[in-house]
Unconditional design. Structure first.
Length: 90
């Protein structure tokens, strides 16, 4: 019984070291951020305001994630017409 308890305790300790906590996990959600950007632009917000909302909601945390989001939007132009209109106007 003591051996079983020791193995269980060791497994729990190892799992806690291996598993990433949410605070340490990379948070990039390009599809969710693309949806926010598109809806904000459709409502009349500027691109900067839309990007700020995606950042504040935690969907984008760095420049690389923003580039991923732009890639998603370019990949599906029919799904994000406001973004394409905004980007082509710049």
């Amino acid at each position: 019984m003591n051996l079983f308890n020791a193995i269980t305790a060791a497994a729990v300790i190892c799992t806690s070291f291996v598993a990433a906590t949410p605070a340490n996990a990379y948070s990039c959600y390009p599809h969710a951020a693309a949806g926010i950007l598109e809806r904000m632009l459709a409502s009349g917000a500027t691109l900067e305001m839309a990007m700020e909302q995606a950042w504040n909601r935690g969907h984008v945390r760095d420049k690389g994630c923003m580039l991923e989001t732009m890639g998603v939007m370019k990949q599906y132009p029919g799904s994000f017409p406001m973004m394409h209109k905004t980007m082509n106007a710049r």
